[in-house]
Design a protein around this ligand. Structure first.
Ligand SMILES: Cc1cc2nc3c(=O)[nH]c(=O)nc-3n(C[C@H](O)[C@H](O)[C@H](O)COP(=O)(O)OP(=O)(O)OC[C@H]3O[C@@H](n4cnc5c(N)ncnc54)[C@H](O)[C@@H]3O)c2cc1C
Length: 440
């Protein structure tokens, strides 16, 4: 079973593949949010541009069609590091732009009547032990409010929650529906989309696709974690995130859980977990922890890991005893791209016309929109703000097998840190050792 809930067994009818040599102003490689939003914003700024998107499978095949559906204002790099390395002004500009982008996505979807189950109910990071509570209490700021136990449980009825940190800046949505609706719209305004069309080479002034040459003055690599390995060298690695989803929950269970605003939720543990109640009343929950593959191999087998999927189901039931009878109907997964220092990147070389965007880790739903919008402005010679991801110098990962050993030891240590906190009720000593090494 490896079907994302969002596709719900829809059979995909592929758009045509490319069948002759062609010429465009802009060629985009990758039919996920990065590629689609790039085309969208370029067309907004210069409707006369001829644009083609080449997707090796089908639009939404990658992480964009399979994710947790959080359009959040989260960013992979920590606030402290962003401020230290980019300055307060760039940091503030990023926060404002991300928060605005969540609304813009909702507005664009509403304007075109896309059925993407968008609900802006904010997000809750909840604590289930004293260690988690002390950690979230230290993160109150102008975007985050601390809730006590009863306020937390009034918002979402998680009986074991002892407190929570709430931000209004998050929307839940159906990501596959967003990718597909966006693609249909782009085609209607003249963007050419080719599926089953893997790009084999990106060169200055042209790309090679299915044996044909496609010339363009600008090319955008928007392939994120699904980038062929020889294109990125050691600059990013794929990390798997897995998800499960229940059957639609009966209305009495939904009433018991509360969460009428569809607030997204996450436990304040070290190992990332995230969930939403979907538009059709399912609980969809995801998390990381699947072993990283030697030499950064992408592997469909890593998308299905019975141990990890079962652990997610157990975690969901431990949050919500109300769903103890619910059946889990979907199990799936996908990869996110992690750079050595957790940096998202937008690199555009005007001389060669080549651009690359990505490195969002698990925060790409809103961030890909913002990065693509910023890139479109740069390409169209519009002024852009000084945002941290622009022309970020991406370092290299350590060579194998050091990388393999370190990344997987990191996962193990994260799980151990959560266990340590559960037992001791104190912030993990292990986490305080690994956090600086993880280098967020
Ligand atoms: C399970 C999971 C849960 C997640 N949850 C969230 C979440 O809740 N919120 C959030 O913000 N982020 C989340 N993310 C991350 C988010 O989904 C991604 O950051 C985002 O979708 C990346 O979009 P993208 O367009 O850059 O890449 P992708 O959507 O991965 O698209 C890249 C595309 O490039 C194509 N491609 C690759 N090579 C070629 C080639 N040679 N030629 C042509 N096409 C090619 C691929 O087929 C793919 O379709 C999650 C990711 C996963 C896997």
């Amino acid at each position: 079973m490896n079907t994302s809930l969002w596709q719900q067994g829809q059979s995909i009818s592929y758009r045509a593949a490319i069948s002759n040599n062609k010429n465009f102003d802009v060629v985009i490689v990758g039919g996920g949010f990065s590629g689609l939003w790039s085309a969208y914003h370029l067309k907004q700024l210069q409707p006369e541009l001829s644009i083609a998107i080449f997707e090796k499978e089908y639009v939404g095949f990658g992480a964009s069609g399979r994710n947790g559906g959080w359009a959040s204002a989260e960013y992979p790099t920590s606030n402290a590091r962003l401020i230290k390395e980019h300055g307060r002004q760039s940091f503030n500009a990023l926060r404002f732009a991300l928060i605005s982008a969540i609304n813009e996505i909702g507005e664009i979807a509403a304007q075109h009547n896309w059925q993407i189950d968008y609900a802006k109910g904010g997000s809750l990071l909840f604590a289930r032990n004293a260690a988690q509570l002390s950690r979230i209490s230290a993160n109150v700021d102008s975007e985050h409010t601390l809730l006590n136990k009863s306020q937390t449980q009034d918002l979402i009825n998680i009986p074991t929650a002892v407190g929570g940190l709430f931000t209004p800046h998050c929307a839940a949505l159906n990501p596959f529906a967003l990718a597909r609706s966006l693609a249909t719209y782009l085609q209607a305004i003249g963007v050419e989309i080719y599926e089953k069309s893997p790009v084999s080479k990106i060169m200055a002034g042209k790309v090679e696709v299915n044996g044909y040459e496609v010339a363009s003055s600008i090319s955008i690599r928007a392939t994120e974690a699904f980038t062929p390995k020889n294109w990125m060298g050691n600059r990013q690695i794929p990390i798997y995130s897995l998800m499960v989803a229940t059957q639609p929950l009966p209305s009495d269970v939904i009433t018991q859980i509360r969460n009428f605003q569809r607030t997204t939720m996450q436990e304040a543990c070290h190992l990332i977990t995230y969930a939403q109640i979907t538009g059709d009343n399912r609980l969809a929950i995801g998390g990381r922890g699947v072993r990283y593959k030697l030499f950064s191999r992408l592997s469909e087998r890593s998308e299905i890991d019975n141990r990890m999927h079962s652990a997610l189901e157990r975690r969901a039931r431990s949050w919500f005893p109300q769903i103890s009878d619910a059946k889990f109907e979907y199990r799936w997964g996908g990869a996110v791209a992690l750079t050595r220092r957790w940096q998202a990147y937008l690199n555009f070389d005007r001389k060669t016309g080549r651009a690359e965007i990505g490195g969002y880790v698990g925060d790409g739903v809103t961030l890909s929109y913002l990065v693509a919008k910023t890139l479109a402005k740069s390409i169209c010679n519009q002024q852009v703000e000084d945002l941290p991801f622009i022309e970020e110098k991406i370092g290299k990962w350590e060579p194998e097998p050091i990388r393999y050993l370190a990344v997987n030891a990191g996962f193990k240590a994260t799980v151990a840190a959560d266990l340590e906190e559960k037992i001791t009720n104190r912030p993990s000593i292990l986490a305080s050792i690994i956090d600086p090494l993880i280098n967020r």
